[in-house]
Design a protein around this ligand. Structure first.
Ligand code: ADP
Length: 203
């Protein structure tokens, strides 16, 4: 993936450990990685989850597809190469948040298995929770909250995931949510319960 360009750089250890930060915040930093088709419900569920965590006095921060493409990743498009770099950067940013003790919730289509697995591999054990936000293409097209599927079908958007670009479903997601049978609140609660059971909401 991304080549190491700079040389003569060394990692500088600080004196405050991750454990100490976690203790201070009474929670464990982790990346909650939501993946799924456009309109599957990633952003909707991420927002509810963030609010639920805040209500529990837990610090969470959402990294959301379109928002990140306005700033950090504004120089990236939707080619396979750019999508890979997009996901790599998000993964690195989420990792920093998690290291700071925050629960980082990412909502990106992230269609390629290889790109998601690279983020997983770069995270520490138990620090990457993949959430497959599942929906059929038919249902996603019916929702179409931003009218994107309509545009893609009309040929106005090229390389749209699910239409003329692939979506590779997770094979080992920690959590699978079928949004055709699970309401947004229940979906967010399912993730919250996973975090609770996994001991992430305490230090
Ligand atoms: P994504 O971030 O995956 O592109 P969004 O959350 O932006 O998806 O949009 C999903 C749309 O589907 C919203 O309009 C939401 O209200 C609707 N929706 C219907 N049922 C569900 C569900 N069970 N879970 C999440 N979203 C749902």
């Amino acid at each position: 993936m991304a080549e190491q360009k700079a040389t003569n750089i060394t990692w500088h250890e600080g004196s405050v450990s991750r454990q100490e930060r976690q203790k201070l915040m009474n929670q464990k930093g982790v990346t909650v990685w939501m993946t799924g088709l456009s309109a599957s419900g990633k952003s909707t569920i991420a927002c509810i989850l963030e609010q639920m965590l805040l209500n529990r006095k837990k610090q969470a921060y959402r990294l959301d597809g379109d928002n990140i493409r306005h700033g950090l990743n504004k120089n990236l498009g939707f080619s396979a190469e750019d999508r890979a770099e997009n996901i790599r950067r998000i993964g690195e940013v989420a990792k920093l948040f998690a290291d700071a003790g925050v629960i980082a919730i990412t909502s990106f289509i992230s269609p390629y298995l290889k790109d998601r697995d690279a983020v997983r591999a770069s995270a520490g054990t138990g620090e990457f929770i993949e959430v497959y936000v599942k929906v059929s293409l038919e249902a996603a097209e019916q929702r179409d909250p931003k009218g994107l599927y309509k545009k893609a079908r009309a040929g106005q958007i090229k390389g749209f995931t699910g239409i003329d670009d692939p979506y590779e479903a997770p094979t080992k997601a920690e959590i699978v949510i079928d949004t055709e049978t699970t309401k947004p609140d229940a979906a967010a609660k399912q993730i919250l319960d996973y975090l609770e059971r996994g001991g992430y909401l305490a230090a």
